[in-house]
Ligand binder design. Structure first.
Ligand code: ZN
Length: 332
């Protein structure tokens, strides 16, 4: 379970902060101005996904470094082609002659995402942020990270430069109903982990699940119960949440297809909507979406909720018209 919110008002720099409910870590999509985030929230960030390095999406790097410097933190940053050079230019703007004496170490893992490959390079504070001599690279098939509890995917959109859009998908939660165990006279124990794995693997319903129970005198008694019975009575599956984050992109058939595919059935879709549809020419000149286009894409993707952001200053004082236009297209 997680919560996600824009870090600034929709006229300011883009960025979405995601906080996991049961783990002390957070994710950030885009790294624009993050001064509104309290330091305690910045210190929870473990992964940062940067769509592209236009200033309003990346200027927060300095503040991030300022807050995290001198702390034992490990942060992984993902970004588009050229990202390693962008990060190194930022780091290279400062003098790091005294940091080797720091007792705590800040480690940055920078992953540059290219069309078919992810290139990773590490930097650490005690090493004066000198890049590791060796880069590692692995194939990129759309998945940026895949962890037991969640995964993040990325897709390249056209913004005259590559702009990454992201989706964060939590995996289903599988809970054991303790009351049901008692009612069925079943013990707790290691077999429950095997039961959960069997459900995750999608094993056939008639799969026998071994239930081991220690009886009097340490005597082990084993019995088997079909998976379908346990799934029906003991297991509760809660569907994981999904959010998608679509930043700067022009409206094109190719972008539309990729956006819809990536964000399909999201609980919330964060999507940029800088212009009204009456200013569609300006939007496409600047390689951005209109509010109407954003709303239609969300509708086609079948998302449950939509949050628009990245409003052009042109509409200062009347941002509601962008929201109204997007919602009208979203609701159809
Ligand atoms: Zn941009």
């Amino acid at each position: 379970m997680f919560t996600a919110h824009l870090i600034n008002d929709p006229f300011s720099d883009p960025g979405v902060y995601v906080k996991f409910k049961y783990r002390n870590e957070a994710i950030l999509f885009d790294l624009g101005d993050i001064h509104h985030l309290p330091s305690r929230k910045i210190l929870k960030i473990k992964y940062i996904f940067v769509s592209h390095t236009h200033m309003d999406h990346f200027i927060g790097f300095d503040h991030l470094l300022r807050v995290c410097l001198g702390r034992d933190r490990h942060i992984t940053l993902f970004g588009p082609p050229g990202f390693i050079k962008n990060v190194e230019s930022k780091i290279g703007a400062y003098t790091w002659n005294l940091v080797e004496n720091y007792t705590n170490d800040l480690v940055l893992k920078v992953v540059e995402v290219q069309k078919e490959v992810k290139i990773t390079r590490h930097y650490n504070c005690q090493g004066a942020f000198k890049p590791e001599a060796i880069n590692t690279s692995e194939a990129f098939d759309g998945t940026l990270i895949d962890r037991p509890a969640f995964s993040v995917r990325g897709v390249f959109l056209d913004h005259k430069i590559p702009s990454l859009a992201f989706s964060l998908e939590e995996k289903n939660h599988i809970n054991v109903k303790k009351n049901a165990l008692i009612e069925m006279g079943l013990p707790t124990g290691k077999w429950l982990a095997e039961l959960k794995s069997s459900v995750i693997r999608g094993d056939p319903d008639n799969t026998p699940i071994k239930v081991e129970e220690k009886k009097q005198g340490n005597r082990m008694v084993e019995r088997t119960i079909p998976l379908c019975v346990l799934k029906d009575k003991v297991i509760k599956i809660t569907e994981g949440q999904k959010i998608s984050y679509v930043a700067d992109a022009i409206y094109s058939t190719d972008n539309a297809r990729k956006i819809i595919e990536l964000s399909r059935s999201s609980d919330t879709m964060f999507i940029e909507a800088p212009f009204l549809d009456e200013d569609i020419e300006r939007a496409s000149e600047k390689y951005h979406l209109t509010a109407k286009q954003a709303g239609s894409l969300a509708r086609e993707a079948g998302v449950k909720n939509i949050t628009i952001y990245h409003f052009s200053p042109k509409y200062k004082g009347c941002g509601d018209v962008l929201t109204e236009e997007a919602m009208k297209a979203f609701k159809g």
